[in-house]
Design a binder for this molecule. Structure first.
Ligand code: FAD
Length: 407
C-alpha cells in the first residue's frame, strides 16, 4: 500500500494501481489529482493539506477496498449490428452503439472514451449523439476517466439515467463510487481488456510518425477492418489535406508494442477482472474463435461482438435491441477464444529492458524489440475452418471441433 505523506490515507501501491480514478472521484475535498507516472499512466497524487483523512478514497479503491461481488453471465451471444454501415464503424460487431442509442432514446447520458484533437484519450459524458459517435471504436491507450466518473455521479444524483462504458477496472470504479443507490438508473457496460497501454508511449509514437512523415497528426483509428476484421491495423490522419496512412500489425511499431505486452500497466498482467465473473451488467468483446454454423451466420470478416449479459437488467437491455442480430452461444465457446476470460496476459520478459532503452533513446531505441507478429499456418487454417465450418456435415464439424478442443 502507498501512504500519502502527511496523511493516514492508504491507497494502492504503484504496482497495484489501475489508474481507474475511483479515489479521485470519491474525494469530497479536492485533495486528489491524477498525474502521469514515469510511464505516463494516470496515478493519484494526494495533497496532504487538503486531505481530511476521511478514508472515502481507500474505500472506493478496487485494489485496497473490499472486493466487488462478481456475477457469472446469464447469456452468451455472438452478435452484430444489422446496419452494415454502423457495424463498419465499430471495432467488433457494433453492440456498443446500439446500447448507447437505446439509452439516448430514453433521454439518458452516455459515458465513454473519445480521442481529442490533442490525441489524448479521455472519458466524456454526453447526450449528444455526435459525441457518442466519437466513442465508437477501441482506442488502445489508457483513458483518463476521473472527471467523467464524478460527472456521471452528479447526473445520477439528479435522478437521470447513465450508461457508463469502459474497461473493466473503470466500470468497477464507477460502480464503487455510485454504490448501490443508483442500481436502477446506472447501466454498466465493460469492454474486455488485453491491458491499458501507456499514454506516454502513444505520444512518443505519434511524435515519431510526425517526424517520419514531416506532417502533423490530427486523427487516429485502430482496427478499421481493412482488409478485414481479424487483421489489426492503425490508420493515422495527417493535417495536410487530411492525408491518410495506415499500417497493419506486421509493420506497425505501436501495435507490435501493445500486442507484444511491452507497454501495458504493470497491474494489467495480474488483472483482477479476468475470468467469467463480471462486475458489469453487460460485457462486450470480440468473438474470437467464432464458428459459423449456417451460411447466413458465417463470419464475413465485418466484425462479430461477444455479448455477455451478466445481470437480469443487462439481459433485458440486450433483448430489446431490435437492431442487433444475435446467435446464442455457450460460455465455454467464448472462453476458448478470448484470453481475458481465462487469465491475464503476462508481461513480456524484456519489458523492463524495453522501457530502459526507451527512456534513453525513444522509439528508435526500441525498434529492435518490436519484431513482426506472424501467424502460424495452423492458426490460419483454424481461422479458415471457423469461417467455413458451416459447409461441413454436422458430424464432421463436431469431430473437428472436439479435436481442436482437446489439443
Ligand atoms: C484497451 C482495450 C483493450 C481491449 N482488449 C480486448 C481483448 O483483449 N479482447 C477482446 O475481445 N476485446 C478487447 N477490447 C474490446 C474490443 O476492442 C471492443 O471495444 C469491444 O468489443 C466493443 O466493440 P463494439 O463493436 O461493441 O463497439 P465499439 O464502437 O468498437 O466500442 C467502443 C467502446 O469501447 C470503449 N472504449 C474505446 N476505447 C477505450 C479506452 N481506451 N478505454 C476504455 N474504453 C474504451 C468506448 O467507451 C465504447 O464503449 C479492448 C478494448 C480496449 C479499449
Amino acid at each position: 500500500m502507498m501512504r500519502a505523506s502527511g496523511t493516514r490515507i492508504e491507497l494502492a501501491a504503484p504496482e497495484q494501481c489501475m489508474g481507474c480514478g475511483a479515489c479521485y472521484a470519491s474525494c469530497g475535498f479536492g485533495a486528489i489529482s491524477m498525474v502521469p507516472d514515469a510511464k505516463g499512466f494516470y496515478r493519484p497524487d494526494v495533497n496532504a493539506e487538503r486531505c481530511r483523512d476521511c478514508g472515502a478514497c481507500a474505500f472506493a479503491c478496487p485494489a485496497v477496498g473490499a472486493a466487488t461481488q462478481k456475477t457469472e453471465p446469464l447469456a452468451t451471444l455472438a452478435a452484430w449490428d444489422k446496419d452494415a454501415d454502423d457495424r463498419a464503424k465499430a471495432t467488433s460487431g457494433g453492440a456498443f452503439m446500439l446500447v448507447a442509442d437505446a439509452v439516448l432514446a430514453r433521454g439518458g447520458w452516455v459515458c465513454g472514451a473519445v480521442m481529442g484533437q490533442d490525441m489524448v484519450v479521455r472519458h466524456v459524458v454526453t447526450r449528444d449523439r455526435e459525441v457518442v459517435d466519437d466513442m465508437r471504436g477501441s482506442k488502445y491507450v489508457q483513458s483518463d476517466v476521473s472527471e467523467a466518473i464524478a460527472e456521471c455521479l452528479a447526473h445520477l444524483q439528479g435522478g437521470e439515467e447513465v450508461l457508463f462504458t469502459g474497461v473493466s477496472c473503470q466500470v468497477d470504479a464507477m460502480r464503487r463510487v455510485a454504490g448501490s443507490r443508483y442500481a436502477d438508473s446506472l447501466l454498466l457496460v465493460d469492454v474486455l481488456c488485453h491491458g491499458a497501454p501507456s499514454p506516454r508511449f502513444w505520444r512518443a509514437y505519434l511524435d515519431y510518425r510526425e517526424w517520419e512523415e514531416g506532417d502533423e497528426i490530427i486523427g487516429a483509428r485502430f482496427r478499421k477492418k481493412e482488409p478485414s476484421w481479424t487483421v489489426f491495423s492503425l490508420e493515422l490522419t495527417f493535417k495536410t489535406e487530411h492525408r491518410l496512412r495506415a499500417w497493419c500489425t506486421v509493420e506497425d511499431l505501436y501495435l507490435r508494442a501493445f500486442l507484444g505486452d511491452y507497454i501495458t500497466q504493470e497491474v494489467c498482467h495480474e488483472c483482477p477482472y479476468v475470468g467469467t465473473g463480471r462486475v458489469s451488467d453487460i460485457t462486450l468483446a470480440d468473438f474470437w474463435g467464432y464458428v459459423s454454423e449456417t451460411r447466413r451466420n458465417r463470419n464475413t470478416e465485418e466484425g462479430i461482438s461477444l455479448v455477455l449479459a451478466n445481470t437480469p437488467k443487462g439481459k433485458s437491455v440486450v433483448e430489446l435491441l431490435t437492431g442487433l442480430h444475435t446467435i446464442k452461444k455457450s460460455l465455454s465457446e467464448a472462453v476458448k477464444g478470448n484470453g481475458p476470460l481465462r487469465s491475464a496476459f503476462p508481461a513480456n520478459p524484456k519489458e523492463e529492458e524495453f522501457w530502459s532503452a526507451f527512456d534513453v533513446g525513444g522509439i528508435e531505441a526500441v525498434k529492435g524489440y518490436l519484431v513482426p507478429v506472424r501467424f502460424s499456418w495452423k492458426h490460419r487454417l483454424s481461422l479458415f475452418f471457423n469461417d467455413h465450418a458451416y459447409l461441413l456435415p454436422v458430424a464432421l464439424r463436431e469431430l473437428l471441433i472436439d479435436m481442436r478442443a482437446n489439443e
